[in-house]
Structures are given as C-alpha cells and as structure tokens.
Write a protein that binds this ligand. Structure first.
Ligand code: FAD
Ligand code: SIN
Length: 540
C-alpha cells in the first residue's frame, strides 16, 4: 500500500478547497486531491455571483445579516452569519488582488452589484454570468504557481483514515481503477462540495455525489440539517439540456415568470413576486405545473434589448441559443431542479467538526450560516470566509502528528471484478428517481415512508455488490449517493413541520417548538442512523 504524507490534506478543488490551500500555504505544505479534472466543481458553474456588502452607503452589514437570518427560517447561527457577512468584503478584496475580475460600471469603475431573491439590496458581485468560471480559473492558476501546493487530479477519496483514538489522519483514495493509495496528514480538510446528484434533475455537475458527507458520516462525524435541500426554480427545460441553470439574476434584472397561457403568477404566491426567496418561487412553479399539467413554465426577459442581454448574460444567451432559444425575442422554458445542499457535516465557521483532525468547509459543511434556507449567492461567500477562517485556525495546530497506519485502517484492497455497468446504472437512476419523486420540493409522510423503503432496498443491493465486486469509482459514488439519500430521508422524516426548504403537506405549518437542527450520527455497526435534535436557532 502506497503512503503519501502531507502537512495538510485538502479533499476538493472548488472555491473552498483552493482558497483554503492558498491561505494555508503561507505556513504549510498542502496537498489537494480532486476526483476528476481540477476545475470540475459546483464553483465553476456559479452564475449569479457572490453576495457581499460592497456599497456601505446604501447597504449595511445589518441589512445583509437580517436578510440572511430571515431566509434561514429560525435556524441560522447568528454568530456564524455575522462573521460571514462582516468578513465578506475583505475576502472579495483578496480575490481582486489575486486577479479575479468582476463587472464594473464603465464610467465610474465601481463594482456593478446585482440583485437576487431575498436580498433587500443589490449586493451581488459578479462577472457577467460567468462568476464561477472566473473564480475557479483564477484560484487554480494561483495554486499552480504556488510551490507549497500539490494538486492531484483524478483522485477519488473513498474513506477517511481514523486512528484508534478517533482522530482523522487522512484518507484512502483511488488514483486509478484497481489501486488504493493512503494519504496521511496532520489535518484533513473536507471541501468536497454538494450532493445535487442524489436527485434525478439537478443543476450540479457529475462530481456532486455527496462523497464528503458519506465519508464523514462513516467516520462517525455529526451530520446536520440534511432535510434542507434547495431546489433552484429555473433550470432550462429541454430534453438535451442537462444541468443548465438559468440564473436568478435574470429575475433580478426584471425577468418575469409566466404560465404557458401567458399569465404572470408569482404575485399570487408572494408580494415580492419574482424576487421572493427561491423556496417560495420553486414551490409556486411546482404548484403551477401541477395545476396545469404542463411540464414547464416560462421565464421572460425579452423586453430587454439583445445587446444588453448578451453583455450581462453572455453564458445564458449562448446556452439558450445552443438549444434554439433566442432570449431577446422569446421566453425560456424552465423547471426547478435540485441545486444546493444546505445541510452537511456539522462544523463551525472555521471548519472545526466534532472529529479531531477533520475540518469541513464550503458546501459539504453545515456551518449555521444558512439555517433552513440559503439566501442566493451566500454560499460562495460562506466558502471563502470559512476557508480563510479554517486556514487561520490550523496555523496554530501544525505540530506534527506522525502516524503509522495499522492493518485495521486499511480498506479492502481495490481489486474490482468486472461488473456490468447496466447493473450500476440501474441502481444509480433508481435511487435518484426515488429521491426526485418522493423527497422533492413538496413532501408528505407517505412519500417519505415509501422513499425510506425503496432506498433501503437499493442500499442492500449496493452493499451486496460492494462486498462482491470490491471498490471502483462508480461503486463508491453509487454507495455515497444511496447513503446520503437515506440520510436525507431520515432527516426529512424526523422534521414533523414545514420550515424553510422542507415542506411536508401533512405538517404544513412551522412549529415553534421544533426550532432545532436535525443531527444524524452513525449507529453502531451497519445499524440505522441515530436522529436527534438540539436547539441552536436564532429564535426569529
Ligand atoms: P465545489 O465547488 O463543488 O468543489 C468540490 C470539489 O470536491 C470538486 O473539485 C469535486 O470534484 C471534489 N470532490 C468531491 N468529491 C470528491 C472525492 N470523493 N474525492 C476527491 N475530490 C472530490 N453559489 C453562490 O454563492 N453564487 C452563485 O451564483 C451560485 N451559482 C451556482 C450555479 C450552479 C449551476 C451551481 C451548481 C451552484 C451555484 N452556487 C452558487 C452554489 C456554489 O457554487 C457552491 O455552493 C460552491 O461553489 C461550493 O464550493 P465548494 O468549494 O464547497 O464545492
Ligand atoms: C443563480 O445564479 O441563480 C444561482 C445563485 C446561487 O445559487 O446562489
């Protein structure tokens, strides 16, 4: 078994992992593992931008904090929100110093600030609708020229290495089919992003299979608030358009939602109309589609001039044109899709988890910044702020934890037998369809009950396949999708109320006595998860 040692091991090369690596490289050697090509991440596909109070005349920290906590449905951790909001402008300035470009006013040179749902002020720093690509490319370039950062592509982390005292010592990874390599480090930072792929329809790229949550859960970490899955209201509806987001920023610039017969419906659901928080918009679209029986609704920004649209939204214009839609003359067919995992590995804003040696930052973490519902464009902000905080925290903890793995730490060797892909594909599709049909935007006790049974059956099959055929990349991803799906079902079943992103029609109201987070921790052996709640909300 090949052993590789580093001061700090980072798993994931999105905004959180890369920004952390740059900061930590000031005092340590950092190794970054990433499962596919380095830029494959949710970060790369971010369109809207990064929320931050850059205009201190019209906007204020207090307003951004208030908006965030209001969206969070009583479950935000106020201290985490304050840190995220107040440290945001400094992180944006650091990005600008690194070379990240943001859209600016032609004459004044001031940052152009966009507006998105739930924000009472324009405060979204963006680079057209290519913010994520600009950010990811710039961070990758900075890491590539940094002698203290080693980035390894095509390394799928499989499991965390945990010593006899329960301290996390690194991970096992697949560097190529049929191989296992053990990466040891004084500290391990999970920055593996989201889990959109547990749903059949998602805005997320293929890498988002919830691996970090699955690995942390298996290692015994606490997992928090997984019932809160954010569905983005507007993804392009087209049979060939996989994972194509149509940014909320369009609605911020005046785009209107209509039913196929041309009726504007958002004000029937919320006085804020198109700029209501996205859970409300997603549920309104879902309800319109169910009432009309149509497969999509329309998003119309054709009242804006074509030149302006192609400058402000170059990516969306181009994407829609690819599918024969000219957004300057016709509306865009849109549907909701799974977008963001609000819950995750329970962590503080500096990444600390309840396992020694393990830190979680970015979308994989549940830091308390988002409560029961994330405000648009707050997640890149959270990723940057918690990455910087985590790097500062680890600077004081770099004493060497030299560790020699024992036989017990070593996973079953990767010696996959050949398994027909059709078998894996079947379970992969089945699990994601069950989640879409029964654990989607609108839930019920019966749907959750059915989902629990179906996911449990798939889980048994996957366990059997795993034991029989050994570790392969596809098998690990399937294992993680099924495990994370089961944890989402467990969390959703435990919350007997509707709050934030979790809507259960059998419990349609918010219950003030349930203002607590849902925590899961692995039971003993292969037994079920333990679910329990604890109060940590903001109380509003
Ligand atoms: P990611 O950027 O997803 O990076 C995770 C990394 O971990 C990837 O490199 C992945 O390959 C790697 N990885 C995963 N599993 C493993 C494994 N087992 N082994 C090794 N590597 C692994 N948020 C905003 O704030 N503003 C926006 O405008 C915005 N727009 C969005 C648009 C889209 C289409 C999507 C999908 C998301 C958007 N979001 C937006 C959300 C935001 O992009 C993410 O929450 C954020 O980028 C998460 O960053 P991250 O570094 O935590 O994870
Ligand atoms: C969008 O551009 O609509 C996505 C913003 C986000 O997810 O924060």
């Amino acid at each position: 078994m090949e052993l590789v040692r580093s001061d700090i091991l980072v798993i994931g090369s999105g905004a959180a992992g890369l920004f952390f690596a740059l900061k930590a490289s000031e005092y340590a050697d950092v190794r970054v593992l990433t499962k596919k090509e380095a830029d494959q991440s949710n970060t790369k596909y971010a369109q809207g931008g990064i929320a931050s109070v850059m205009d201190r005349v019209r906007d204020s920290f207090e307003l951004h904090i208030k908006d965030t906590i209001e969206a969070g449905g009583g479950l935000c951790d106020r201290e985490a929100v304050e840190i995220m909001v107040r440290e945001g402008p400094d992180r944006i300035e650091e990005l600008i110093d690194l070379g990240v470009r943001f859209s600016r006013d032609d004459s004044s040179g001031d940052l152009r600030l966009g507006r998105e749902g739930g924000h009472t002020m324009p405060r979204i720093v963006h680079y057209g609708d290519l913010t994520g690509r600009e950010l990811e490319d710039t961070l990758l370039e900075a890491c590539a020229t940094n002698p203290r950062i080693e980035l390894e592509e095509n390394r799928l982390a499989v499991d965390l290495v945990v010593d006899g005292q329960g301290r996390v010592r690194g991970c096992h990874a697949i560097p190529g089919e049929g191989e296992i390599r053990t990466y040891l480090a004084s500290n391990t930072v999970l920055a593996t992003g989201g889990a959109g792929k547990i749903y059949l329809y998602t805005s997320n790229p293929d890498v988002a299979t919830g691996d970090g949550i699955a690995m942390a859960y298996a290692a015994g970490a606490e997992i928090e608030n997984l019932e809160f899955v954010q569905f983005h209201p507007t993804c392009l509806y087209h049979p060939d358009a996989k994972s194509r987001l149509i940014s909320e920023a369009l609605r911020g610039e005046g785009a209107v939602l209509r039913s196929l017969d041309g009726r504007e419906f958002m004000r029937d659901y919320d006085p804020r109309g198109e700029l209501a928080p996205r859970d409300i918009v997603a549920r309104a679209i879902d309800s319109e589609m169910k009432l009309s029986g149509e497969k999509y609704v329309l998003l119309d920004i054709s009242h804006r001039p074509g030149d302006w649209l192609s400058q402000r939204f170059p990516f969306i214009c181009e994407t829609c044109l690819e599918f024969g839609i000219d957004i300057s003359v016709e509306p865009i067919p849109v549907v909701p899709a799974a977008h963001y995992m609000v819950g995750g590995v329970k962590a503080r804003i500096d990444g600390t988890t309840d396992l020694e040696g393990l830190y979680a930052i970015g979308e994989v973490a549940c830091s308390g910044c988002h409560g029961a519902n994330r405000l648009a464009s707050n997640s890149l902000l959270e990723s940057l702020v918690s990455a910087a905080r985590c790097a500062a925290r680890l600077a004081g903890e770099m004493e060497s934890h030299r560790y020699e793995p024992s036989g017990e730490d070593v996973p079953v060797a990767a010696d996959p037998k050949v398994l027909e892909t059709v078998i894996l594909d079947h379970d992969w599709d089945l699990a994601r369809r069950v989640m879409w049909d029964y654990v989607g935007i609108v839930r019920s006790d019966e749907r959750l009950h059915i989902a629990r049974q179906r996911i449990s059956q798939i889980s048994q099959t996957v366990r059997m396949l795993f034991d029989e055929y050994g570790i392969s990349s596809d098998m690990v991803e399937l294992r993680n999708i099924v495990l994370v799906s089961s944890l989402v079902v467990e969390s959703a079943s435990a919350r007997k109320e509707s709050r934030g992103l979790h809507y259960n029609m059998d419990w349609p109201d918010r219950d003030p006595s349930r203002e607590y987070c849902t925590i899961l921790r692995r039971g003993t052996g292969r037994g079920p998860a333990t679910t329990y709640g604890h109060s940590e909300g903001t109380g509003d």
